[in-house]
Design a protein around this ligand. Structure first.
Ligand code: NAP
Ligand code: HSE
Length: 433
């Protein structure tokens, strides 16, 4: 084994620069932990002339991926360039040349994780991607090492910093969605094109990665039901407060009776639930295991140095495997052929807000409908509406199936006393199911 490990970086942006700084600043500790140093030998970038805030020999930078992927001194490729197809090709090429790969790329792992893992295994290489979910928070190793002996039942995550920041500002400062989004962009959390963040796709990709590890199943991105935060009314934040909830974009993954369900949706969370205290750009993943009970992993979901620590934890894991001669042996194939849970096997509590005619018997009619559907209420709130002869009725159900709840929404739309179904959300953390 060599006495110095060289890594090749694909990308020198926010995360790549953090990795270079961390290696530079922690060289002594790395030597202490590993017995030798780590150096960045070559770095792939798009623009050689760009000003960088890290010190690297100009000769280290290249625009030719082969200079990195085919350098015989490089043992570990760190992919922090983003995007899908080019990154996928580079990683496959890295495995073909027997190099280990660490990536922060959730988009790629969510879409092509199983294919890349197969390629890694065939070549006895490691593939690690701790930074792909919740930035600097060590959730993947928490699942795959810390909780490995347990049977995970449910994972609930706030895994997108941009949307959590926007929802926190709308909730606490009463600002509009547009103004909160602009702040998130100015502060650098949101991508220049924030569509994937606000439409829930970024969170869905992270939930796919979490669900695969938590339940040892090969769930695909198209199996995730996704609703973003672009259509939330400010009114619902007010009603949430009145009912002791707060609004969060929650990634939800559950395994029960050999069925898997994974979704991302704006959710009313009880203020007493630990996820309610996760604010601004922070991320947290709340895990329920059969043996361990409830645990929560909390931390920064993005940022240069925070994400770099997750990348470096993977690099160090690769090097330790190299020392032990066990690279590419850690991965266990998914063992659960999880079928997707149908709507009559998906249970939850729901909030629904209706505009109803303010007339005698209106509430009794609505109540009768829920009675027929065998859905009981946990909370009921009626508020005079600003609209003439109308009232807002807010109901929170006890636990019921998604199927029954969706059917009741259609039936409500057809009641003559109901002017409109204004909104509905899943409810979590009440403890009164
Ligand atoms: P970024 O700041 O945009 O940096 C991308 C880097 O890759 C740049 O140095 C760019 O070169 C280089 N690059 C991109 N496409 C290239 C190409 N086709 N050929 C050569 N070089 C190319 O991105 P980032 O924020 O560091 O994110 C990197 C990855 O980490 C993404 O997969 C992202 O999802 C993931 N991630 C990011 C964060 C975060 O906080 N930012 C957190 C978790 C995960 P130039 O510098 O020359 O333009
Ligand atoms: N845009 C992502 C977020 C960055 O807001 O969480 C980290 O993946």
């Amino acid at each position: 084994m060599k006495n110095n490990v060289s890594i090749g970086l694909l990308g020198l942006g926010v995360v790549g620069s953090g990795v270079v700084k961390l290696i530079e600043n922690r060289q002594e500790e790395l030597v202490n932990q590993l017995g030798f140093g780590v150096n960045v030998k070559r770095v792939l970038v798009r623009d050689l002339e760009k000003e960088r805030d890290v010190q690297l020999a100009q000769t280290a930078l290249t625009t030719d991926p082969n200079d990195v992927l085919h350098d015989p001194d490089i043992d570990v490729i760190v992919e922090v360039m983003g995007g899908i197809e080019e990154a996928r090709q580079h990683i496959l090429e890295a495995f073909a040349t027997k190099k280990h790969v660490v990536t922060a790329n959730k988009d790629l792992i969510a879409l092509h994780g199983p294919e890349l893992q197969d390629a890694a295994n065939r070549n006895q290489c490691d593939l690690f991607y701790e930074a792909s979910v919740a930035g600097g928070t060590p959730i993947l190793r928490g699942l795959s090492d810390g909780l490995i002996s347990d049977r995970i039942q449910q994972v609930m995550g706030i895994v997108n910093g941009t949307t959590n920041y926007i929802l926190t500002k709308m909730d606490e400062d009463g600002v509009t969605y547009e103004s909160a989004l602009k702040d998130a962009q100015d502060l650098g959390f949101a991508e220049a094109d924030p569509t994937a963040d606000v439409e829930g796709l970024d969170a869905a990709r992270k939930m796919v990665i979490l669900a695969r590890l938590a339940f040892s199943t090969n769930i695909e991105l198209e199996d995730v039901e996704v609703t973003g935060i672009t259509n939330i009314a400010l009114n619902d934040f007010e009603y949430a407060k009145k009912l002791d909830y707060t609004m969060k974009l929650i990634g939800f993954a559950k395994y029960h009776d050999q069925h898997v369900e994974v979704s991302v949706q704006p959710t009313f969370i009880s203020v007493n639930h630990p996820l309610a205290a996760v604010k601004n750009e922070y991320n947290a993943v709340f895990v329920d295991g059969e043996a361990v009970g409830s645990t929560m992993f909390y931390g920064p979901g993005a940022g240069s140095m925070a994400t770099a620590t997750a990348v470096m934890s993977d690099v160090i894991a690769v090097i330790k495997n190299m020392q032990l001669g066990v690279n590419g042996k850690g991965f266990v194939k998914p063992c659960v052929d999880g079928k997707l849970a149908p709507p009559d096997q998906r249970f939850g509590q729901y909030y629904i807000r209706l505009n109803v005619k303010d007339e005698v018997g209106a509430f009794a009619t609505i109540s009768e409908l829920f009675n027929q559907m065998d859905i009981s209420f946990e909370r009921i709130l009626q508020i005079p509406s600003s609209k003439y002869e109308q009232a807002e009725v807010i109901l929170v159900t006890h636990k019921t199936t998604l199927k029954k709840f969706e059917e009741s929404k259609v039936k409500l739309e057809n009641l003559s006393v109901v002017e409109s179904v204004e909104s509905s959300y899943r409810v979590e953390g009440d403890g009164n199911e």
